[in-house]
Design a protein around this ligand. Structure first.
Ligand SMILES: [Zn+2]
Ligand SMILES: [Zn+2]
Length: 259
């Protein structure tokens, strides 16, 4: 598992692979050059990517899909997203070779790149926001960013997952005193915005078990959070749930490999 970058400002792109499956790319929200350089730094060439899964239409998740010649089209990579996402995408005038368009929706599981990948809905202020659960021979990996709260349904689905990328977006006090426009602060803090460090910790304490090997805190705000604050909040919350794995932060702008 790896990320190319992880933040609203620098974009989001995550990669999952194992010895026999993948690599599969989750979101491609960076400029093309950054995506290509990031893949190279991680030891992949773009043609290796077996599929792209798109979580939602915010720019920090789809930038490389919104080019005149989208990244996946250059390398003939199929792209999975919800039917409502595709309606939005083509409705905006973007174009992708229709042969590469695949659909996935809440509750559906598909085979891609040797994995079984399931989609589940999450509360976020976008058209039809999805997150993904990847099942491979080394266990399950979940990618969960961009949500305002964590419903019990998601906790139940992910409980005991082996690998987890989880949003820990902001410190609430830093967000409130950031000087950002009121509407933006209200959006981030709202039920359909982003998870705070405290919310991420609370979710972790219910999702992580002794089975959980790795937790990657992701999509940290570069202005209203610090890696140290996110780690402290989440490691405190993890006390007592049996978690004995590794807790890390995904760098906002550089590529990183986690396992
Ligand atoms: Zn985002
Ligand atoms: Zn978003």
């Amino acid at each position: 598992m790896a990320s190319i970058s992880s933040s609203s400002v620098h974009g989001n792109a995550y990669i999952v692979w194992d010895d026999s499956s993948g690599p599969v790319l989750f979101d491609c929200g960076t400029p093309l050059t950054k995506l290509l350089r990031g893949l190279e730094a991680l030891g992949f060439s773009p043609g290796d990517i077996r599929a792209v899964f798109i979580s939602h239409e915010h720019t920090d998740h789809i930038q490389a899909l919104c080019l005149k010649r989208p990244f996946p089209e250059r390398f003939s990579i199929p792209v999975y997203a919800s039917p409502l996402f595709w309606r939005w995408y083509f409705g905006c005038g973007y174009s992708l070779d229709r042969d590469l368009v695949r659909t996935i929706q809440d509750g559906e599981r598909v085979k891609a790149g040797g994995f079984v990948i399931g989609a589940f809905w999450k509360p976020h202020d976008s058209v039809d926001p999805l997150s993904f659960l990847v099942e491979g021979k080394d266990g399950r990996a979940a990618l969960l960013t961009d949500l305002g709260h964590v419903p019990t349904r998601i906790i139940s689905l992910l409980r005991g997952v082996e690998y987890l990328v989880l949003e820990s977006n902001h410190d609430v006090e830093m967000e409130r005193s950031s000087g950002r426009p009121y509407a933006l602060v209200a959006r981030v803090l709202g039920d359909y915005g982003h998870l705070s460090n405290v919310q991420a910790g609370a979710a972790l304490s219910r999702i992580a078990t002794k089975n959980t090997r790795k937790v990657i805190l992701a999509h940290l705000s570069v202005d209203c959070n610090t890696p140290e604050m996110a780690i402290r909040s989440c490691s405190d919350a993890l006390d007592g749930c049996g978690f004995a794995g590794e807790l890390r932060v995904a760098p906002a702008r550089e590529p990183a490999i986690y396992c």
